[in-house]
Design a protein around this ligand. Sequence first.
Ligand code: AMP
Ligand code: MG
Length: 486
Amino acid sequence: MDFAFENSFHDSMEGFYAPAEAAKPSAPRLLVFNHALAERLGLAADAGDEELARIFSGGTTPEGANPLAFAYAGHQFGHFSPQLGDGRALLLGEIIAPDGARFDVQLKGSGPTAFSRNGDGRAAIGPVLREFLVSEAMAAMGVPTTRALAAVATGDRVQRERAHPGAVLTRIASSHIRVGTFQFFAAHFGADHVAQLSDYSIRRHFPELAETANPPLALLERVIALQCELVAHWLGVGFIHGVMNTDNVAISGETIDYGPCAFMDRFAVNTVFSSIDANGRYAYGRQPQIMHWNMARFAEALLPAIHAVDPAGVDMAKAMVEAIPKQFSAAWRTTTRRKLGLLEADAGDEALADALFDELEKNQIDFTLFFRGLAMMLRGDGALLESLSPDPDAMAPWIAEWWARLARETDAPLERADAMDAVNPLYIPRNHRVEAALASAEAGDLGPWTELLEVIRNPYAERAEWAEYARPAPADAGPYTTFCGT
Ligand code: AMP
Ligand code: MG
């Protein structure tokens, strides 16, 4: 397999990483390979399963790779950790796709690095397959995200609360530069290093910003815009990241570091799934505020570089951060308008959406299915909507308001219903499905996981044979808890 690596970070950013070497797996076995993604990346799929297993477990190092672990810091649950870094991941190298886009190829779970502290650098099969599945679902729904190229069982055991089969995930990202990467160099080295990282980030992601008057300030502005879009996207599909620490915020605007993330079933704004988020810091509805907070930390890290170009940039950076709630609201209004099939903006739309979320919560309605139910109603079929609540009339007053709002637009109901179905997924990785699929996989049967993967890769178009996957969580499912460690 020929990667034709072009390792710009390795070659131009010495001091920003530590060289790393993958641990040799004892019996690598390919679990899944993402052929569609390989094709998009221009990677020739001429290797057999055994060779893929060796490469994507770290068993053999491909030609031209310069394996390295990134240095980074980060605010974890509000507290600054000056020294984190890739403790269980290494970058093999960068590849250039046929369309010219540059991507990192990273192994996650391939053994200890210089940044592992007390960790083992390993990953268990459950979290690896979970990240694979959820990141594929996000990609299928058009949410910016890192991708999963391969998952390989290592044949080794990984000790967590008990022993699990070990695995390695190959993650593809447009880069792994995080807010925490900037924080690391701001905390330890100051303006020169921050400027160097800013320049590199701009060259790599936003080359058009290089010619602006204050490039690091322009970088801040761009990253803020991408984060507003991203979090609006998350809320729109009911996604809860679970660990929005600054080391888990990619400046590319891609969702990164799938740990205790999960999708909400019944709508509740305070929904938290992560076992380590006891205070609900990263609850569903708090994600916009946390994004704002994280961007304030990003601005702080950039300030020395912004100031070095022009001291007046500091006040502009502050103003940009202060404007985030407004900017996010605009992105969120656009998202909700699309979900509700509204084509034109109207002054009352925000109130209409807010009232909807209150009603959904009060009536414990399944978030995903409600929007599909609305579209079904436009087609003259109210059965799905009625099935979502024990009291079929509970949502009637709000639906009447929405109906009246639609009457002010001219679009035909069937076209509107199709437009809604194109943005409102029917199939998401529902928690009870994910758990069952991962339990089977850990016991050696990949069948349910593979089928679930196929379903979530096609989130919008209804298929009769997938009816079970569109059902809400069983009423007796009880509270759901997710755990961190990949
Ligand atoms: P995360 O939960 O992915 O945001 O990870 C937070 C930090 O802990 C990162 O620096 C990781 O590299 C590190 N880390 C997490 N799990 C392990 C592990 N098993 N071994 C070494 N480092 C780890
Ligand atoms: Mg992380």
